[in-house]
Ligand binder design. Structure first.
Ligand code: 13P
Length: 249
């Protein structure tokens, strides 16, 4: 059985008071589930999140990280800083980082290397844009994103990798990939990993779907055999919506 995860990417939302309020509501209402539950508040509220979730099953992730150990990188956050406050999950490669902040596969490769060297778990995001899907190029794009940032890894390092397939056209748009589209791509991702490594390794990799997952569509997406959970944006900002999605798994 693969690890199932429902993770909330809060993006640039929630100030300190709002973070505390949402976390205490989540902790109070969190259902019993075999799935791991992760929240990713903004950097400035991570230490608070770790403290307020100390006795909760809910884990904390950062939304990004720099690859360097330390140094003259104004505005950046290192692995050491995250680990030092108790954060050992990090989202890397989100499409907003790629498209709005120019993060390319070669940079992401370095970030992945640093995170893994520091024994962190990486939630690695990737996915095609609308034009690429329209041109029937989506499988090639996704295969390249994986190959460029991850296929240099040793097989044993894949234990620290969680994948999050997030088609860009479905992020924050209200348009979700159909469960069939998600399954088709997840199966392709698993096949691609299987060819680069081996089938057994590929079967163990947790692959999340992200892009307009809501309480109303989560169950049918999660029911697909190669979908192991979700990375949730907008719907993770409301306690009841996020927990309804957790319950759907
Ligand atoms: P939405 O759920 O708001 O579409 O965002 C998905 C996402 O980008 C999660 O990382």
């Amino acid at each position: 059985m693969r690890t199932q995860i429902v993770a909330g990417n809060w993006k640039m939302n929630k100030n300190l008071e709002e973070t505390e309020a949402l976390l205490s509501e989540l902790s109070a209402k969190v259902p019993d589930t075999k799935a791991e539950i992760i929240v990713a508040p903004t950097f400035v509220n991570l230490a608070t999140a770790v403290r307020s979730l100390q006795s909760s099953v809910i884990q904390v992730a950062a939304q990004n990280m720099h690859f360097a150990e330390n140094g003259a990188f104004t505005g950046e956050i290192s692995a050491d800083m995250l680990l030092n406050i108790g954060v050992d999950n990090v989202i890397l490669g989100h499409s907003e980082r790629r498209s709005l902040f120019g993060e390319e596969d070669s940079l992401l490769e370095k970030k992945v290397n640093t995170a893994l060297a520091r024994k962190m778990r990486v939630i690695f995001c990737f996915g095609e844009e609308l034009e690429e899907r329209k041109n029937n190029n989506h499988f090639a794009v996704v295969a390249d994103q994986l190959k460029n940032a991850l296929f240099h890894l040793e097989a044993s390092q894949w234990r620290q990798i969680v994948l999050a397939y997030e088609p860009v056209w479905a992020i924050g748009t209200g348009e979700t990939a159909t469960p069939e589209q998600a399954q088709e791509m997840h199966a392709f991702i698993r096949k691609t990993i299987g060819e680069a490594y081996d089938h057994e390794l590929a079967e163990k990799v947790t692959i999340l779907y992200g892009g307009s997952v809501k309480p109303g569509n989560a169950a049918e997406i999660f029911a697909k055999p190669d979908v192991d959970g979700g990375l949730i944006g907008g719907a993770s900002l409301k306690c009841d919506d996020f927990l309804a999605i957790v319950k759907a798994i």
